[in-house]
Design a protein around this ligand. Structure first.
Ligand SMILES: [Zn+2]
Length: 298
């Protein structure tokens, strides 16, 4: 494939992903990834086995994959930017050469994050900014951060903080959302409403705090109202998954949202919880958040 056609393939693959994931709002299944075609023929976007995918017809890697249950598996460097590990330790392994070729050609890549069994949250386009051979890894940057990242160095603390924040927002947040919404089968844990556009992935312990990792056990799928009520400590969730509403709110008189949406949920168990036990909310984190709820001024 010549350079021009390869560049068009990358553009078309990303445009297709944009449509299929509703601009990144939803994850995509391995099966659905198989629907992509290029110039009328099926074209594989995801590797069968390893984390790095270089189709034989391309000059460089097209897709990198980070598996489920490893929120920071490849790590964030001291500059606040995400890293992607080599395959193994041999710099001349074909997969590592394919990554290096993508870096040298400044080719856009698709990054797929595992978000539940056989589901992936894509982040794209991303670029390999540089290689860290001693650490056996590459620096990965979402397109929007490329210009800033080029000039960042570990000594520039403010820039580092900015990049760290943006990396969370652009890389970890979409994956967190996808994983949590999948686990709750796109339902609000409190009221069971099932419209993805009205749902958020709420952190049980806020992500700026030490336990605030973007892992599914620190998440709850919640509609916008219940998410806001949870963050405002109007609504609390006990470690045994029973909803509590702040005392002063229970005695208020107002419209149906207050009556059914909040007061009606008091002392009720969560309406949606993940089927897989290992994806259910972590009781220790729930306790931390519930203590904060109980001590909130109301
Ligand atoms: Zn709700």
């Amino acid at each position: 494939m010549d350079n021009e056609r390869e560049a068009r393939l990358r553009r078309e693959a990303m445009a297709w992903l944009t449509t299929r994931t509703q601009d990144g709002a939803r994850p995509i299944s391995r099966e659905e990834l198989g629907d992509f075609t290029f110039d009328g023929a099926p074209f594989r976007l995801i590797p069968t086995q390893t984390g790095i995918w270089k189709p034989a017809s391309l000059s460089a890697a097209l897709t990198i994959v980070t598996n489920e249950n490893s929120p920071y598996a490849d790590g964030v460097g001291p500059d606040g930017l995400q890293r992607y590990n080599w395959r193994g330790l041999d710099p001349q392994h074909a997969d590592n050469r394919a990554l290096r070729a993508a870096m040298d050609a400044r080719a856009p890549l698709i990054w797929l994050f595992g978000a539940g069994q056989a589901f992936y949250q894509p982040v794209f386009p991303v670029y390999l900014l540089r290689e860290e051979p001693m650490e056996h890894r590459f620096v990965v940057v979402p397109e929007a951060l490329l210009d800033v990242a080029r000039y960042a160095s570990p000594v520039e603390a403010e820039l580092r903080r900015y990049l760290l924040r943006e990396t969370r927002y652009r890389v970890h947040q979409p994956r967190f959302r996808a994983t949590v919404l999948r686990a709750y089968e796109e339902r609000c844990a409190v009221c069971n409403i099932g419209h993805p556009r009205l749902l958020d992935a709420a952190h049980i312990v806020a992500d700026r705090e030490d336990d605030g990792q973007p892992v599914v056990t620190n998440g709850l799928a919640m509609c916008k109202i219940h998410h806001a009520a949870y963050d405002a400590r109007i609504l609390g969730i006990r470690p045994d998954l029973v909803v509590q509403i702040r005392v002063d709110i229970l005695t208020e008189v107002d419209g149906p949202m207050l009556r059914y949406g909040l007061q009606g949920r008091h002392n009720q168990p969560l309406m949606a919880v993940p089927r897989r036990r290992i994806e259910r909310p972590d009781p220790d984190r729930l306790q931390v958040a519930f203590d904060a709820f109980r001590s909130a001024p109301g």
